[in-house]
Design a protein around this ligand. Structure first.
Ligand SMILES: [Zn+2]
Length: 199
C-alpha cells in the first residue's frame, strides 16, 4: 500500500535528517499527524526561522542573528587570541566552559583527504584575511576535534600560519582520540585549553 502523498513527502523529509532511516521517518511522520495543530505550526515555524533568521557571522563564521556576532562585537574580549573550531556548536561548548575569553573562527569542516575536502572547501581564506588585517592576534589555538581529519587540519593551519610569526597551539590531549569538542565536558575542555601546547 502506498501512503497518501502528504505523509510520503513528510517521510522523505524526515529521512533527510542524519541517523533517520525509513522506519524512524515513518514513525515520526505518523507521530506528527497526531500532534496538535498548534504544536505542528510551531514546529514548522522553528524550521523556517532557523534558516531565515540565522546567518553566518561575516568575521568569524559563527551562526548568528546579527552580523557581526555578539562575540566579535564584544571589545572586552581578548583580541589577541583566536580559537579555531570545526563547527559553530563547538563555540557553544567552549562558551559553556566560561574560561576562554578570546575570539573564535569557525572552519565549517575539516581538511579530509579521505572525503576529498581540501583547504579551499573550508572557511580558511577568511581566517587568513582576518590575520592580515588584525595584527594584534598573537595566538591561534587550534581546537579541531581529536580525529584524523582534525589533526590533518591542525597541522595544515600550523604550517600556514607559523611563518607569519603567530604562535599556533593545539589543545592538550586530555581529549581522547576521536573526541568531539561539543561532547566533551567543561572540566576536560578547561584542562585541554590550559594544557595546550605549541605546534
Ligand atoms: Zn563573529
Amino acid at each position: 500500500m502506498q501512503y497518501p502523498e502528504p505523509i510520503a513527502r513528510l517521510i522523505d523529509s524526515y529521512m533527510k535528517l542524519p541517523g533517520i532511516g525509513e522506519k524512524s521517518a515513518t514513525r515520526l511522520a505518523f507521530y506528527t499527524l497526531g500532534m496538535s495543530d498548534e504544536d505542528v505550526d510551531n514546529f514548522a515555524k522553528s524550521l523556517r526561522a532557523v534558516k531565515k533568521d540565522l546567518h553566518y557571522c561575516s568575521i568569524c563564521g559563527n551562526i548568528t542573528e546579527d552580523d557581526p556576532c555578539p562575540i566579535c562585537k564584544d571589545k572586552t574580549r581578548d583580541q589577541t587570541r583566536l580559537l579555531v573550531v570545526e563547527r559553530s556548536r563547538d563555540i557553544m561548548a567552549m562558551e559553556r566552559m566560561k574560561e576562554y575569553h578570546g575570539l573564535y573562527h569557525v572552519l565549517h569542516g575539516t581538511i579530509s583527504p579521505s572525503e576529498g575536502t581540501g583547504p579551499q572547501d573550508i572557511n580558511l581564506e577568511s581566517l587568513l584575511r582576518r590575520l592580515e588585517k588584525h595584527k594584534e592576534v598573537q595566538e591561534i589555538i587550534v581546537a579541531t576535534n581529536a580525529s584524523l581529519d582534525g589533526e590533518t587540519t591542525a597541522q595544515y593551519l600550523a604550517h600556514l600560519i607559523k611563518p607569519a610569526g603567530i604562535k599556533v597551539t593545539r589543545l592538550a590531549h586530555g581529549l581522547s582520540a576521536g573526541a568531539d569538542i561539543d561532547y566533551t565536558d567543561e572540566v576536560t575542555l578547561f584542562r585541554a585549553v590550559q594544557g595546550r601546547t605549541e605546534m
